[in-house]
Design a protein around this ligand. Structure first.
Ligand code: FA5
Length: 358
């Protein structure tokens, strides 16, 4: 029968041989339990020491301890080896292939009406106009009354107005009766900014105000209930109709091409005198007459005029000293002309196939 020393040596060798073949964390722990654990081989050998004659016990104990130290050191080395090979395997599995083609990213873009608005603003900025903004929820006073449109004025019916319940804005008690039309509206045009700006900025001024407008209309190919406008206002000493014509002709050519012809005709807006509308020669047929220009050869692009003296007074400006011109246009209609679009409703129907063309 093998001596205890031989058994120790055999266990040590066997343990080291097995350890050399261990490759995973689980197998390593199993090895540890088998040789170094409480119920392991070395513990069993320790128990055998008690059965030895007294003088041999110390040497046997030392021999087992030495084997144990060997195995513990070997276990630590193997742990490091297993850990690093497991890490290598993981890194390899998770490696990024930098040569793979990337997934294309969908780039956003500016809405065609934003693009058109910016082009229009740029054309006026180049002529020294400054850009301002005003509120979309507006007082009836600014939207109508101070623009010479009192409550019974016939011009009101051409602006199909959305009224705002002013009690919800905290302007009157919530339980106040709603007998009359409330004094607050969703602005039907950007012209209330004429009054707002006159009251805010002393002349000379040259400014443009872009913004959304609302009209309670039945929508069709050229009318939306929600659309935008750009208002213009210039006030100084001795501003004349010739300044209006020169400025707007320069604008029309900046947006629609230097070869454009322009036409001014009389028109009526209660806040300008005289009032005009501006047309360009048809960009589709060059003025010969086609479906786009309803066979007139002309396309109307905005309303304009010399600011009415009463409106100057309402804005706190002395009409004896100052005069000015104002104009208002719709970027949707301008975008329709520029891009040959025949239905305004396409702009806000959120069809990406349409919007991505611009
Ligand atoms: C006005 O709103 C005047 N405030 C313009 C003006 C300003 C005249 C300063 C004189 C001096 P009008 O209602 O015509 O005018 O509207 C002007 C432009 O807004 C139109 O030419 C059109 O381009 C656009 N517009 C008006 N209503 C709609 C609508 N329902 N949908 C889309 N665009 C509209």
């Amino acid at each position: 029968m093998a001596t205890l020393r031989e058994q120790i040596e055999e266990a040590r060798r066997e343990a080291l041989d097995t350890l050399a073949t261990v490759s995973g964390g689980g197998a390593l722990e199993e090895w540890n339990r088998e040789y170094l654990g409480k119920k392991g081989r070395l513990t069993a050998l320790f128990r055998g020491v008690g059965a030895l004659p007294g003088e041999e016990r110390a040497a046997a104990g030392q021999a087992i301890n030495a084997a144990k130290t060997d195995l513990e050191r070997a276990y630590e080395d193997a742990s490091r080896r297993v850990l690093s090979s497991e890490q290598d395997a993981r890194l390899q599995a998770e490696a990024v292939d930098v040569t793979m083609p990337g997934r294309p990213v969908d780039a956003g873009r500016l809405h065609v009406i934003t693009q058109t608005t910016r082009d229009i603003l740029r054309a006026f900025r180049d002529m020294g106009f400054q850009v301002y903004e005003g509120p979309e929820i507006e007082l009836d006073l600014y939207n109508f009354e101070l623009l010479n449109i009192p409550p019974e004025h016939p011009a009101r019916s051409s602006h199909d107005t959305f009224y705002v319940d002013d009690r919800l804005l905290g302007l009157r008690p919530l339980d106040a009766p709603m007998d009359d039309l409330p004094p607050v509206v969703l602005r039907t045009h950007t012209s209330p900014n004429q009054i707002r700006m006159m009251r805010k900025i002393a002349p000379p001024v040259r400014l443009i105000v872009p913004g959304k407008c609302y009209r309670s209309e039945a929508t069709d190919a050229t009318h939306e209930a929600y659309f935008s406008q750009i208002e213009g206002l210039a006030i100084d000493k001795k501003v004349t109709l010739a300044d209006l014509k020169g400025t707007l002709a320069a604008f029309a050519r900046a947006i629609f091409g230097p070869e454009r012809k322009v036409r001014f005709r009389c028109d009526y807006f209660s806040y300008v005198e005289p009032g005009v509308d501006l047309s360009i020669d048809c960009i589709v047929c060059g003025g010969k007459g086609c479906r786009a220009c309803k066979h007139t050869g002309w396309l109307e692009i905005m309303g304009a005029g010399m600011v009415h003296p009463q409106v100057l007074v309402n804005g706190g400006i002395d009409p004896e000293e100052y005069s000015g011109f104002a104009f208002g246009m719709g970027p949707e209609r301008i975008a329709m002309l520029r891009h040959g679009i025949d239905d305004i409703r396409l702009f806000y129907s959120n069809d990406l196939r349409f919007l991505q063309q611009f």
